[in-house]
Write a protein that binds this ligand. Structure first.
Ligand code: GLY
Length: 396
């Protein structure tokens, strides 16, 4: 299928994102993170806040969500930018829980192992070369490949393996695949990379629509592996574009390019990014589904905005200076970031222990609507670190 590439309608004018504003954002984020270091040591924030406050979840039997890695990742990012040992100590302390969880196979039968283990175990290994962290990350990769389905060549997202109602991939998995690329690099065993490459190739052929928009999920025929149909789980409808799904594409294809160096991922990035940018409202922070605009009365999803910024920064390193859109992408990233720092942090919500307000976890499920969510906080913090420390080596 030949994909169209939209012309970007905005962002041709230079945007100033000052160091001062970035440091203001960082300072406010660190003051919330500092408060959280007193609460979330043995416990983790739940995926979404309730009235701006994250409830905790124990690092034990009930530790069943896919998002704990983001809190540990926030600690690693805070350590990266401040070099304050207090963050590193808590993040290192938490490794044991991740190791026990993958050994016990506690709530790990899903595709989200990259979200759990990259910002935690892999981040620790990349920061400190800790052998135990490396082994923990490899165990997670080993488990993730058990979800690879030969018929259709993809990693099954959720549910019982091979059950026809769950025989599908989802675009979010773009961010889990780097766990496999990394595992091949550190073990020398090509099997992880081969599976990751097959999955991302299948996703490239199916979830991206002709106009550069994306499906959230894509079903396959269990017997033949033939692609069947796109559908949504968290978007407004099967044929609309869930904003965070599009953002997972904007960050995931550049990450695939980082490891595989196949130019087709640059082209895919451009298509999904141009589509996303053309759907942004006045203040550049997307609604939770790209079918909504400023007249809709719907909620924003600041987490999708933060992920999109990281995706643009990731790809910007790989675009030629003579690429006419390179500047436009950076203007857009700066404009989104400026809006997030100026309008969407919790700095005036004294009680809140989140960083970014106005995210949506899943509106169709009435989960975390207009709340903070922990991955939004993580990617916001990653974007701050990326802007302030351009030589930062990312965890993905
Ligand atoms: N499953 C990841 C998300 O909700 O974006």
């Amino acid at each position: 299928m030949k994909l169209n590439e939209e012309t970007i309608k905005k962002y041709s004018e230079d945007v100033e994102l000052s160091k001062e504003l970035l440091y203001q954002g960082l300072h406010n984020a660190l003051s919330k993170i500092d408060r959280n270091t007193e609460i979330f040591i043995n416990t983790f924030p739940r995926p979404s806040s309730v009235n701006g406050i994250y409830p905790g979840i124990l690092n034990g039997g009930e530790w069943d969500d896919w998002t704990s890695g983001f809190w540990t990742g926030i600690l690693w990012l805070a350590y990266e930018i401040t070099k304050d040992e207090k963050y590193r100590k808590i993040a290192e302390f938490q490794l044991r829980g991740y190791k026990e969880r993958i050994i016990a196979k506690n709530a790990v039968d899903h595709h989200d192992l990259g979200f759990l283990y990259i910002p935690s175990a892999v981040a620790q290994y990349k920061t400190t070369t800790c052998e135990e962290a490396k082994i923990t990350g490899i165990m997670a990769a080993e488990h993730l490949i058990t979800r690879f389905r030969g018929k259709g060549e993809f990693i099954q997202a959720w549910g019982e393996l091979d059950s026809p109602d769950n025989y599908r991939l989802i675009i979010d998995c773009n961010l889990n695949i780097p766990l496999l690329f990394w595992a091949s690099e550190v073990t020398g065993d090509k099997k992880y990379r081969e599976i990751g490459e097959k999955h991302i190739n299948t996703a490239s052929r199916t979830v991206v629509r002709e106009d550069g928009s994306t499906f959230h999920t894509y079903y396959f025929d269990k017997e033949t592996g033939n692609p069947l149909k796109g559908s949504t789980a968290q978007g407004n409808s099967d044929n609309s574009t869930w904003a965070r799904g599009q953002a997972w594409g904007m960050y995931g294809f550049p990450l695939a390019y980082r490891y595989l160096k196949n130019k087709k991922f640059v082209e895919l990035y451009k298509k999904v990014t141009n589509y996303f940018l053309n759907k942004l409202p006045e203040d550049s922070v997307c609604y939770w589904d790209l079918s909504f605009d400023d007249t809709s009365g719907e909620e924003k999803d600041t987490s999708a905005a933060a992920i999109a910024v990281c995706g643009i920064l990731e790809m910007s390193e790989n675009l030629n200076n003579n690429d006419e859109n390179k500047k436009i992408y950076m203007n857009a990233a700066k404009d989104i970031m400026k809006s997030l720092i100026e309008k969407y942090t919790t700095k005036n919500m004294k009680e809140s222990n989140g960083l970014l307000k106005e995210a949506v976890y899943s509106k169709p499920h009435r989960m975390g609507v207009n709340e903070c969510c922990i991955w939004g906080d993580y990617f916001y913090m990653e974007a701050l670190v990326r802007f302030l420390k351009p030589d930062f080596k990312i965890y993905w």
